[in-house]
Design a binder for this molecule. Structure first.
Ligand SMILES: Nc1ncnc2c1ncn2[C@@H]1O[C@H](COP(=O)(O)OP(=O)(O)OP(=O)(O)O)[C@@H](O)[C@H]1O
Length: 310
């Protein structure tokens, strides 16, 4: 069953939807994003992306620099809004951890579902509980970010003046969980990522690899079902990076999160990804398992990636 589905998502930067029309028209005619920028002055982030991420899948998004990977992942938690398209997410899959019930009743009950285009859903195997997250108001969006999607950033994004345990517990503090309870949950996740003795340290006392383990523990502590990882291991040296990949795979075997994992490294994508989606110039070229991409590449760009693999 699909957990996340991007439907005809296009993003033209720094343009209203009417201003973006000239760029979208050229893209529809097949012009590439570099030429579109030359001709219209607008940067193409994404063009007509249709992508389904299955529940419990670790799905990699791959592509060269500027291909649209960060733009794509940031649509899922709405750090970026599209020029056009829809973003469906099944919010009924939110975690069962009792920590999730601490949201105040008023804000929980205030979340209303956006109208659903049932024809599309039937076609695309989305459950009836899927909502178009673009229709959320501010309060619903806040709730969605607290209860459904967590993000792990390339440069860790830890709060420097908070201790490690406070950093990990941060998402639970926002949900108004008691200090005792949230530190208990944070301690559990620090233990899971192998950092149980560092709870009173500060981020700058830790190596990059350790800081990213804290970033991972913080994202997991919320028990949100969707994890967005934006080049999360790219800043780490190769040995530490391999250890974190192994740790993520081991955790995922038990947790079955829906993970969208951005990387520009084909070896990393093949190692961690159950399926890989390849972007080029803002277009989605192909989605498939590593074997499918290797044996049946959609074009030379995909074939070159697969042959560059170690
Ligand atoms: N805020 C912005 N304003 C204008 N153009 C942007 C903006 N952010 C991204 N772009 C453009 O959108 C395109 C896709 O960028 P994006 O950062 O999503 O690619 P990426 O694949 O994540 O690249 P990288 O691997 O270098 O991070 C690029 O042409 C980029 O220049």
């Amino acid at each position: 069953m699909n957990h996340i589905q991007l439907e005809n998502i296009s993003k033209i930067y720094n343009a209203s939807s009417s201003q973006a029309q000239s760029a979208l028209t050229l893209l529809a005619e097949g012009m590439d994003s570099i030429k579109v920028k030359e001709q219209t002055g607008y940067s193409v982030g994404l063009y007509d992306i249709n992508l389904a991420v299955k529940a419990g899948e670790l799905h990699c998004i791959m592509g060269l620099s500027g291909s649209g990977k960060s733009t794509l992942i940031r649509h899922i938690n709405r750090l970026i809004d599209p020029t056009s398209g829809k973003i469906w997410v099944d919010t009924s899959m939110n975690g069962s951890n009792p920590t999730n019930d601490t949201q105040s009743v008023s804000s929980t009950t205030s979340v209303t579902q956006a109208p659903i285009d049932t024809t599309k859903i039937a076609e695309t195997k989305l459950p009836a509980s899927a909502v178009n997250v673009l229709e959320f108001n501010d309060k619903e969006l806040q709730h969605y970010r607290q209860q459904t999607v967590s993000m792990v950033f390339q440069h860790f994004g830890l709060v420097p003046h908070m201790t490690i345990i406070q950093n990990v517990a941060y998402g639970l503090r926002v949900r108004k969980m008691s200090v005792k309870e949230r530190h208990e949950v944070a301690r559990h996740w620090l233990n899971e990522v192998g950092l149980s003795n560092l709870e009173r340290s500060y981020p700058d006392e830790l190596s990059g690899g350790m800081q990213q383990r804290v970033g991972l523990a913080r994202a997991l502590a919320t028990d949100n079902p969707i994890l967005l990882m934006d080049e999360a291991f790219s800043a780490l040296d190769p040995l530490i990076r391999a250890q974190l990949q192994d740790q993520l795979l081991a955790l995922q075997e038990r947790l079955h999160k829906t993970i969208v994992f951005i990387t520009h490294d084909i070896d990393e994508a093949v190692k961690v990804g159950q399926r890989i989606s390849i972007l080029n110039g803002g277009r989605l070229v192909q989605t498939g398992t590593p074997q499918e991409l290797r044996h049946n590449p959609a074009d030379d760009y995909v074939a070159q990636f697969m042959s560059a693999k170690n």
